[in-house]
Design a protein around this ligand. Structure first.
Ligand SMILES: NC(=O)c1ccc[n+]([C@@H]2O[C@H](COP(=O)([O-])OP(=O)(O)OC[C@H]3O[C@@H](n4cnc5c(N)ncnc54)[C@H](OP(=O)(O)O)[C@@H]3O)[C@@H](O)[C@H]2O)c1
Length: 281
């Protein structure tokens, strides 16, 4: 661990892959100070994750700071502006503290992890535009809002001329579906593909500002979302594959996958805007 300070904002950090990334980032940390902004709907779950991070920090001599931004329903666009402001306000508070303590943040990371499956029982001809809009509001519109506000505020706080060492990273937790279509995944595939391409655009637009983006597909994880896939997927052929993986114990463990993501970030050799799959590295 070397001297340094990372700010990491994670959506859907209360459980699943988001919580795993939060813990792994600390356990494999290259720097001695981490400031977390944990975002989601579930106050108690987010607080438990933050408390555990602080305990881990205390036992590993890392300084862990953090704030929970709860009751954030990313599907609710009526409250999106207010919620994005709350998230960036929390990040600002941690940034200001870092400036006052002279342990200035050296890297700011946004992990766009929260996501939903959509209704996997349906094929596209059964979709209504209303459910499509609802799906995209959460998985694309709020994602764009998160990226935009994060970039705007972070780059304003750390202008390159004044903070040439500061790095900004935007992660999209992606999926094989972003690059390959499968039946019954219409909404999910469209959402993930849009997110991937969006981060590709940011990579180009901000390459002069020490900004990198990464679309990381974590593999088929052994968790609640996969259980939902097995319970709802309408396509028999794929269902057999997922059932088979579950029974054979070959679904990917969340911590194994989050470790690969954290290592990618640590090495910092990935091409900005790239799509990297768990099985590729
Ligand atoms: N599981 C897999 O096999 C797999 C494979 C490839 C990619 N991924 C991607 O990995 C990411 C994490 O998924 P996961 O596997 O950890 O799924 P998960 O266990 O279902 O967790 C989803 C997370 O998103 C949050 N969330 C759901 N709806 C939300 C909303 N309206 N507003 C705010 N937060 C909301 C959940 O919070 P609540 O507790 O409040 O519901 C939870 O923290 C997703 O982007 C997913 O697409 C997963």
């Amino acid at each position: 661990m070397t001297a340094g300070h990372h700010l990491i904002i994670i959506t859907g950090a209360n459980r699943g892959f988001g919580a795993s990334v939060a813990h792994t980032y600390l356990e494999s940390s290259e720097v001695d100070t981490l400031s977390y902004v944990l975002v989601g709907r579930n106050q108690a779950g987010l607080q438990t994750v933050l408390d555990t991070l602080k305990q881990t920090g205390a036992s590993t001599n890392a300084t862990v700071k953090g704030l929970v931004v709860a009751n954030v329903d990313l599907a609710d666009t009526d409250k999106l502006d207010a919620n994005l402001a709350r998230i960036q306000e929390a990040a600002k508070q941690l940034r200001d503290e870092s400036l006052q303590s002279k342990n200035v943040i050296t890297k700011s990371i946004l992990v766009n992890n929260a996501g939903s499956l959509g209704d996997l029982s349906k094929t596209v001809k059964e979709f209504t535009w209303q459910e499509t809009r609802k799906y995209l509001d959460f998985n694309v519109v709020s994602f764009v809002g998160l990226c935009s506000t994060f970039l705007k505020d972070t780059l304003a706080a750390f202008p390159k001329a004044q903070y040439p060492e500061h790095k900004t990273v935007v992660i999209g937790v992606s999926s094989l579906l972003a690059v390959q279509p499968f039946s019954n995944w219409g909404h999910y595939a469209a959402g993930k593909a849009a997110r991937d391409r969006f981060l590709g655009v940011i990579a180009l637009e901000e390459k002069g500002n020490n900004v990198k983006t990464l679309n990381y597909a974590p593999g088929p994880l052994d968790n609640e979302m996969q259980a939902d896939v097995r319970a709802t997927l309408g396509d028999k052929e794929q269902l057999e594959i997922y059932d088979g993986m579950h029974k054979a114990g070959s679904l990917v463990k969340m911590d194994d996958s989050s470790k690969k993501l954290v290592l990618l970030l640590k090495k910092d050799e990935f091409d900005s805007g790239a799509h990297v799959d768990f099985y590729d590295v």
